[in-house]
Design a protein around this ligand. Structure first.
Ligand code: VGL
Ligand code: ZN
Length: 200
């Protein structure tokens, strides 16, 4: 029984400097995350892990620009530059991330026609990733979230964690956002705070 877990979201090269979907400051988080891990008995890391031609890639759609939103058969879809294609360098976790205490590396977003921001559920809000079951079996009731992007995957993971009944802390010093359009990050942090996420 551990009670509390740290979930390190998507610390992959495509979200780091020079990555295709770089999140400003993501690389700088690595030392802090490595230090934080030491305080947890359960450490989980996730990877955004998409097949080529993924629905979230602007390049998969005709006349579509990255950072726009389109209507698809799976609902509204934000479009991004190609990123985290399974097996590529950009999809690898940052080499300096200390994996020694990581018990689970969860891959998400593997369905071509369905995106998955949250580490708990895909964007249809139905398809589970299996993480909830894993945490439940380890007796986890509190999750501390870090990694990237604060206003995308970390944000939706925090909302799902609340919905699944966890006590949720966002480690604000250990996360960074895409912030497109500017202000999106602050707005979403406000939503999390109002819903009961502790911003630590
Ligand atoms: C993410 C955009 C697209 C993330 C993943 O990890 O926050 N953002 N796919
Ligand atoms: Zn993605």
């Amino acid at each position: 029984m551990t009670g509390r877990a740290i979930i390190i979201t998507d610390m992959q090269y495509d979200f780091c400097a020079e990555g295709s979907l770089a999140v400003q400051g993501a690389d700088d988080l690595v030392p802090g995350i490595n230090a934080a891990m030491k305080s947890y008995s359960l450490v989980i890391a996730t990877k955004d892990w998409h097949p080529p031609g993924h629905i979230s890639y602007a390049s998969s759609h005709r006349n579509a620009e990255p950072f726009s939103v389109i209507d698809t058969s799976s609902g509204m879809q934000e479009l991004w530059p190609d990123h985290c294609t399974a097996g590529t360098r950009g999809a690898q976790l940052h080499d300096d991330l200390d994996l020694r205490k990581v018990s689970l590396i969860l891959h998400k977003g593997m369905n071509t026609d369905l995106d998955s921001y949250s580490v708990f559920r895909e964007n249809d809000k139905i398809t589970p990733t299996g993480l909830h079951g894993y945490l439940h079996e380890h007796g986890v009731t509190q999750v501390d979230l870090c990694g990237v992007a604060a206003d995308v995957c970390v944000y939706f993971s925090a909302l799902d964690a609340l919905e699944f009944g966890y006590t949720v802390t966002l480690l604000t010093e250990l996360t960074r956002g895409v912030d497109v359009p500017p202000g999106a990050l602050e707005k979403r942090l406000g939503v999390l705070k109002n819903k009961g996420v502790e911003l630590a």
